[in-house]
Structures are given as C-alpha cells and as structure tokens.
Design a protein around this ligand. Structure first.
Ligand code: URA
Length: 214
C-alpha cells in the first residue's frame, strides 16, 4: 500500500476512534497534517477549541506562532508534518492524561512509522516525555532542562534526531520561552540543512562511484 492509502486509512481510524473518553466530547478528531515525506515532524500536546472545530492541528493562536517560527526559519508548513500526542480535544483544554496519551500512542506510533522523519521536534512536556522517555527509553527531566539539545534516538529502527522545545502556547505571553523557542527553531533549521547537505553529498558520491564503474 502506498503512503497516501495508509494515511487515508489512519485518518479514518482516528476519526472513528472510541478508545478513550476524549472521543465522547470531541467535535472532530485531529489526526495531523503535512507532507507524508516530511523530514521534520512536530509533535504537540492536544487539539484546542479551534483545532477541534477545524479537524486540523495548530490553527489557533499557538498555531499562528508556530507558523511564524516556521516561516522565519525558511520552512513551509506544507513541507513538515504536524500532529499531537492526543488526537482529540481534552475538555476545557485541560492537560491530556497519561492513559489518554497511551490510548492514542498506537496512532502516534503509526504516524511516526509512516512518515519516518529524520528530525522530531517535541512541543512541550507531554510530547517530550512521550518521545524521549516512553519511546526512547531515556529519562525525561522536563522541558526547561531538556530543550536546546539534540538527542539521537532509534525510533522504530530508524536513527532520529529529537529536539525538545517549549509548547508555542507557553510562549504567547512570556518572553523567556519565546526566546528559547526561537533559538530551538534555529537549531532545528541547522540540523535540517546539515541532513540535506549530507544527502546531496552522498548522492554525488554514489554518482561518482557509478561513473567510475562504467
Ligand atoms: N496545541 C497543541 O498542542 N496542539 C494543537 O494542535 C493546538 C494547540
């Protein structure tokens, strides 16, 4: 099955999911969106009111900041992939509970395995803990201590760079996390460029070798 077909099936499964209590109060599930060939994946916390209405991730105030951070670093929203650790809105925008994150993990993991990103940027504590601790098996010490670093983690058999940062909502009215987010997005961009350049070099090496063998 090609990636588009797998994604369409996942969207359908997520939209009809009744694995946890969040399905009872949601308007629409929010599976995620972006390029299925994205090298960079962003994982947030949970849909808010705007996302629950639209069925799309990060379309409210935090989404506006995420878009700004992407575009000021030369990335387009369509070329990355964006999802959340829970796909349905928690009532009153409360934090997602551990059992809800785990109920949704089947989908989160399937999305990571489908996209196979080279870089995962976790936004906030819930996503950071899920990827670093639950999937990666390393201890999570909280976003303020872990952010600003790159963690090389093997996820589903693929070496992945995980870059934890603050959730954009935390930075909306606070200058310190905003500055940290800006720094961390620069780090993401530089790792992304490094990866792309290495890929170009590897392609050139393969071509030279092939020319030599002809
Ligand atoms: N906050 C999140 O964590 N995810 C969204 O999709 C929107 C706001």
């Amino acid at each position: 099955m090609d990636k588009n077909a797998v994604w369409s099936e996942l969207v359908l499964e997520i939209s009809n999911c009744r694995r946890c209590r969040l399905s009872e109060s949601r308007t629409r599930a929010v599976p995620g969106e972006g390029s299925l060939n994205a090298k960079v994946m962003f994982i947030g916390e949970a849909p808010g009111r705007s996302e629950d209405e639209a069925g799309r991730p990060f379309v409210g105030a935090a989404g506006k900041l995420l878009n700004e951070l992407l575009s000021s670093n030369g990335m387009r929203r369509e070329e990355v992939f964006i999802t959340n650790v829970v796909k349905c809105r928690p009532p009153e925008n409360r934090d997602p509970l551990e059992d809800e994150i785990l109920s949704c993990s089947h989908f989160t993991n399937s999305i990571i395995q489908l996209i196979q990103p080279s870089i995962i940027v976790t936004l906030g504590n819930h996503a950071g803990r899920y990827v670093i601790e639950f999937l990666g098996g390393s201890r999570w010490y909280g976003v303020s201590r872990m952010r600003g670093n790159v963690y090389k983690i093997t996820l589903f058999g693929k070496e992945t760079l995980v870059i934890p940062t603050y959730h954009p909502a935390a930075a909306l009215y606070n200058p310190a996390p905003r500055k940290a987010l800006e720094e961390d997005f620069k780090l993401v961009t530089s790792k992304y460029r490094e990866l792309t350049q290495n890929e170009v070099k590897a392609k050139e090496r393969r071509r030279t070798l092939l020319d030599f063998m002809r």
